[in-house]
Design a protein around this ligand. Sequence first.
Ligand SMILES: [Zn+2]
Ligand SMILES: [Zn+2]
Length: 821
Amino acid sequence: MGYNPQKIEKKWQKFWEKSGIYKAQDKAGGKKNFYHLVMFPYPSGNLHIGHWYNFAPADVFARFKRMNGLNVMSPIGFDAFGLPAENAAIKRKIHPNNWTRKNIENMRKQLKSMGNIYDWSREVVTCDPEYYKWTQWLFLQFYKNGLARKAKVPANWCPSCKTVLANEQVVDGKCERCDSHVIQEEIEQWLFKISSYADELLKGLDSLDWPETTKIMQRNWIGRSEGHEIKFQIQDTRYDIQVFTTRADTLFGCTYLVVAPEHPIILNLKSEILNLKFVEQYLKESKKKTERDRISDLKEKTGVELRGIKAINPVNGREVPIFVADYVIMHYGTGAIMAVPAHDNRDFDFAKKYNLPIKMVICPNWPKTVCPILDKAYEGEGYLVDSDKFDGMPSRDAKERIGEWLQKQEKAGKKVYYRLKDWLISRQRYWGAPIPMVFCEKCSWQPVPEKDLPVLLPDIKNYLPTGEGKSPLAKSKKFINTVCPKCGGSAQRETDTMDTFICSSWYYLRYADPLNKTEFASKEKLKAWLPVNVYVGGAEHSVMHLLYSRFFTKALNKMGLIDFSEPFLGLRHQGIILGPDGQKMSKSRGNVVDPDEQVKKYGADAVRMYLCFMGPYNQGGPYNPDGLVGISRFLNRVWELFENSTPTPKGVGAPTGSVGEFRNKNLERLLNQTIKKVTEDIEGMRFNTAISAIMILINEISKQPKLLEIENWKLIIKLIAPFAPHMAEELWSRLGNKDSIHNQEWPKYDPKLIEEERINLIIQINGKVRDKIEVPSGISEKEASDLVINSEKIKKWLQGQEIKKTIFVPGKLINLVIGVD
Ligand SMILES: [Zn+2]
Ligand SMILES: [Zn+2]
């Protein structure tokens, strides 16, 4: 009977489900627990090939760990609330709940067709009340610990999704979900104080086994900068302007200040400003612009001088003019900057435009002979010039020294700033977990008592976003009207729902204890499984999900709810799969690969194995249908080889892990080498090279199938098991085994058998023996002659003469014929 994946795959999937072999026990003998996690999918409707690329190779890794004696938990669930599902539902005019439930059903089936080792008994679905009860409970803990507040802040508003978004969810000024341009609106919002964890989020990165690029992205996003806050007195007033700078060394070159349009100094000194009308006109204009436009590098910077007031440069007492310009943002730093046009390109452009002095104070060389004439700012380090007593000092030192000097005069202080802003979590949308807060006229905001959770998301007919700055829940009187938990008077519920990134910030905790009705997860179970050992998912989550989850973990740790402070010790990103044409897959291009079709045609094992084989896992690449055919052929070949070699079950019972005996030394060596290579490559997620090694082995074996003992087959099947789990299970059972292949131990290699035999190769020049060197027995003619030509000892015999002929006797000698004939 030939290889029929459709038949054997269904059979073994049923067997695994029925026998429950992938159900993770919290304690399994003396085995160490290993938490293997993939990013759970949005129930978008169908599993696409990108999901497969995340999940299938990750499953190979999990199976490998399991065979290496670890007690592996590999759970799966659905990130079911939020914009992606809701937008898709609205487009189809289906209620988000119905749409989501239907998709989950379908995707469950598809996920099962992959043959992964998911423990389905731990499934979490974030839109289930049993789950979001705890999302709400966690919100309350954040609130009670001073980490959640409501405030009117400028927010990113997506006009298409009709909701605000967090900074992390705006990519290049566009909505991460629908690609619409985001605008700025001032709206009352619930915020999580992620900024108060900036330093801890930064420090924690050092200890993590994560891709360096992801760590760098998080570091840049958090954006710590260390510098000085410097006070510029305003001449003849009691007011001053504080500026933050990381370059106190350039203070002598400051020729003007710039304040944001919202800076209080404008209001405070209104009566002193001579061109007030003009200034007010400018403020009005800038109000119409979005923050993004204001800070965009592409737009020309505009500004107006505040005539009639001057600031005093604290280092030399000189007067400097003050400008208002909307490229300075009030909630970044102090809302004011000192401009050093000679050493900052943005200031340089502005100074040129408004004809302001440009004063060079850092020279790249010392002693200065001539400072270069600037056609752009010099932003590098160097030596101070025109800076009084600091002249000649390296700029690196001068930063500190000038700062200290001003600090003594109480004109400056050390300060650290972060780019990271608080996380805006309110969404004016229907499909999310209701925020469990109640507003009472008398008592202000009050948390819903924990015993009253969950606050159920009502089933309403009109779930479309309103676009009026409020969620559709605001129209449901039944939902809104409630009583104040504090005074018992009438009160109103919060109608915004939570950002779905909150649901995904803690789901990995719930997997440890998914059915718990009294806690979000018990301490004991959390201790058994957390933190996650290896997390596999896309790099696009670097500053969203991966940052939020770390914040959650750190906050819950500080609250005493968990006893670890990082959620994911190891992190790996899969690359991106492109269409067969090498372009990004999209429906409009018609290059989308449907995994279901591929599975139907070639079987899940072939698709799994092809995804592992197509290239380095962290790089991805184009999906090549011919490549899949090649893998399918390879699996067929293994199958036929097995059938033709008709191994009998006489060897059953031999110690597992033993290599068995090959009657052929070379084959035995190759087998041991292959085990070593496959072991190391899967460990490093180099699945493609692991498969290549297996292919080479099978190729050699097929030349002499009669030599195969049953023990050898056991080894080969084990090597294939993580990649093609169904076929491996089938062949394993045909060897007469009752227990699953996936409960077996990963094969070990014998280091002694890996070493290649070495021989003494005789080297002759014109037939005379000149040397003997030790080489591997299998050395080729090319390798041997390269070795000889480059040998110091032989060089003197060759004396640069042309080699006319090479005689090579494998395993014995090499003779180089040189000179005149
Ligand atoms: Zn949008
Ligand atoms: Zn009240």
